[in-house]
Design a protein around this ligand. Structure first.
Ligand code: ZN
Length: 331
């Protein structure tokens, strides 16, 4: 009788285990299996490496005479919009977040969102820290999975900027992560940054800065400003040409929101290999949300205005990618 019961018990346990239902008595083996699966998945994830670094992307752009679009994302919807645009146009793409964005979420939050979305993509996706304002933040971003960082010491003096930038660039280099810096001040206000508009980059200083810091790309000021332009910006394109003559690494254009297509194209032709777009994406996103509520005041599903925002941002990103000339450049 007892024996019979035991047999019944064993056969039920086996049956339960085979269909994957949790059985308290069989907990240990199931738990080990689960851990095994988990570690295998992690291992596989490391191999997939959904995110690529910006180094090859920007060097290819420099050789090919186009620029990679770098788009600021604030949330999952913007990440989806940017990657979807890149997929549709077969473009390599950089997604970036500022210090205030990673304060809103965390570097881990954005790294996880972008990695999850990039894992489904068939085009190269890079996650970049835009305007990193400290050594610590740059390190945290790399640790969280960012595949490119910027350290912005442009508000410091020349020597202090070099010292801070070199500190980040040295560690980034050892970890095989590209590092962007800024010399001269891009005008306007982005994030917590505000600069005078008349502090354009000096070509000789740019050369010395690039050599002494070892950065892999450099943001230079030629009269653009963050935010939207009130009047028509006067760009010192000759200065850009002069900088390009003496600086070999890819140059980066900040403050491109609201620049004319011709201005962006001309800057790309003169050596800009990465063009940043932030403000106009936020604008497109917010307008799409507002339009949803204007049409249906009682909308309560965040997915409804989320979808509208994704579509609006995607269209703008596709448009800007074509202006940068990076469409069709993914391999
Ligand atoms: Zn910027």
């Amino acid at each position: 009788m007892i024996k019979q019961n035991r047999n019944v018990s064993v056969s039920i346990k086996q049956k339960i285990s085979s269909v994957g239902v949790h059985d308290p008595e069989g907990a240990a083996p199931l738990y080990i299996n689960a851990r095994k699966d988990f570690s295998t998945t992690n291992h596989r994830r490391e191999k997939i490496m959904p995110l690529v670094t910006s180094k090859e992307m920007l060097l290819k752009a420099q050789q090919g005479g186009y620029a990679v679009g770098a788009f600021n994302a604030e949330n999952m919807e913007m990440v989806k919009a940017i990657i979807s645009a890149a997929e549709e146009l077969r473009a390599p793409v950089m997604i970036q977040t500022t210090p205030s964005t990673v304060k809103y979420g965390t570097v881990e939050t954005y790294a996880a969102i972008v990695a999850a979305e990039a894992a489904k993509a068939t085009v190269p996706v890079c996650l970049h820290l835009d305007h990193g304002d400290s050594f610590e933040l740059a390190m945290r971003a790399i640790h969280a999975g960012y595949t490119s960082v910027m350290i912005d010491g442009s508000k410091l003096g020349f020597e202090e900027n070099i010292a801070l930038t070199k500190k980040v660039a040295d560690v980034a280099k050892a970890l095989d992560i590209p590092c962007e810096a800024e010399l001269g001040k891009v005008g306007g206000k982005e994030d917590d940054l505000e600069a005078e508009a008349d502090t354009n980059t000096d070509p000789a200083e740019a050369k010395e800065f690039a050599e002494r810091t070892g950065v892999t790309s450099l943001a230079v000021a030629i009269g653009t400003a963050h935010g939207f332009y009130v009047g028509t910006p006067v760009l010192d394109k000759e200065r850009l040409t002069e900088i390009r003559k003496v600086v070999d690494i890819p140059l980066v254009l900040h403050g491109a929101s609201g620049l004319s297509d011709d201005d962006v194209r001309d800057c790309v032709k003169r050596g800009m290999c990465k063009v940043n777009f932030a403000t106009e994406l936020r604008d497109a996103y917010s307008k799409a949300v507002k339009a949803t509520f204007a049409e249906k005041e009682n909308t309560i599903d965040p997915k409804a205005y989320g979808r509208a925002a994704i579509q609006a941002v995607k269209e703008l990103v596709m448009y800007r990618m074509k202006v940068c000339g990076c469409d069709g450049k993914a391999e």
